[in-house]
Structures are given as structure tokens and as C-alpha cells.
Write a protein that binds this ligand. Sequence first.
Ligand SMILES: C[S@@+](CC[C@H](N)C(=O)[O-])C[C@H]1O[C@@H](n2cnc3c(N)ncnc32)[C@H](O)[C@@H]1O
Length: 220
Amino acid sequence: MSYDLGLRLLAANQARRPDTFTLLGDTWDLLPGVFSPVYDASTRFFTTHLPYPPGGTMLEIGCGAGVTAVTAARICAQVTATDISAAAVANTRRNAERHGVADRVDARLGDLFDAVPDDARHDLVFWNSPFIESPADHAPGSDLDLAIFDPGYAAHRRFLERARGFTAPGGRVLLGFGSLGNRARLDGLAAEAGLTATGFATSAPDRDVTYQLLELTPRP
Ligand SMILES: C[S@@+](CC[C@H](N)C(=O)[O-])C[C@H]1O[C@@H](n2cnc3c(N)ncnc32)[C@H](O)[C@@H]1O
């Protein structure tokens, strides 16, 4: 069922492509091939509930159209935003320009942390992840596919292994997850990485789907 709903979300993202959208009181550019935050409530919920560090630094993995990165840059001193999709990086840069925070948003192309210097440390590390686990025979067909599905949770595994290494003392790692995700599998991968996933905030149901911000902390 999660897979079918994911395929429907993918189809909506592919079929209807406005050039702009309105969210959280602002208008945003949307480039072709970039995850659109209007077909589900994840971006809105996570962007509203993240604990942005005032005057601090944030690393956002998977920035998409840039709504969260731009919102963070209105509160943080510096936001580094990465995405595996070149179109998403261009989209985040465009929305940072549009909203006057381009000097505080450094958008970079790369797989997870690959474009981030190894010695960079952040007060908040966050990923609104593609939390629907697709079957092994699901071949990603496009960048948009990777915005929704993570085959075998391979990217989640790598995120869990590395994320805490990019936090400053006292820094936090939050993962944007949802009820369409495989929580048992995520918890298993977190344990293997020496982490515990604890609920930080949970949304009201949106068409039977809920979204969760999970905080990842070292296991005692
Ligand atoms: C659910 S979308 C969220 C996009 C945006 N943050 C938002 O909330 O609207 C997930 C994002 O993660 C990106 N992504 C997927 N796999 C990635 C990887 N291995 N490294 C970096 N970004 C990745 C996708 O391209 C997509 O932009």
C-alpha cells in the first residue's frame, strides 16, 4: 500500500507542473524534475516544526525546491543545502535569490554529505527523506523517483552512519519521516549505526498519512 501511494505521489509530481506554488505564505519557483511540496504535507509540516538554531548553522540534505533551506536562512546565520538532483540545487538557489537570502544559503550538488567538507560542523542536520521503501525490482527512473523512494533504504543507511559526524557540540540530527515509511527497518538501521530514533513532532493525519520528525541521538 505504501508503495502504491508512493507511485501515485510520483505520478502527481510528474503530471502537473506549475512554475510556481504558494506555501507558508510565500510564492516559490518550481523547476522541472524537482519534488513539489504541494502534493503532500511533508514539507509544510517539517519546515514549520524544525528547531532552527537562531544565529547558528544548518545542513539540509535533499533541499528540493528550497522551502526549508530558505525558511531556515531567515533564522540561522548559514545554511548548507545539498541535493543529488542538479535541478533541485538550481531550484534552491533560485528561491534563495527570490527571497533575499542567497548570501546565507550555500546549495551544493552531491550525494548526501559528499559535497560537504569533512570537517564542517552544524547545529542542525536535517533530511526530509524519500522514506518509502521500494521493492528490490523497482529501478529508479528519474531524480523525482529518488525524491520519493529509497530502494532497500540504502541512502537511509548511509545517512544514519554519517549524519552525527557533521554536528557541532550540542548539535541535533532530525529526520523527516512518515507513516508510509518502514519504521521497524529504520529503527534497525539506526541501531546498527549506534543511534536511537525518537519522536520530536508528529503531524495530524493528512489523508490517513502522518509525518514525523525523528531525532537521532547516540544510543546510551
Ligand atoms: C521528499 S524530497 C524533499 C525535498 C525538500 N526538502 C522538501 O521538503 O520539499 C527528498 C529530497 O531528497 C533528495 N535526495 C534523494 N536522495 C538523495 C541523496 N542520496 N543525496 C542527496 N539528496 C537526495 C531528492 O532529490 C529530494 O529533493
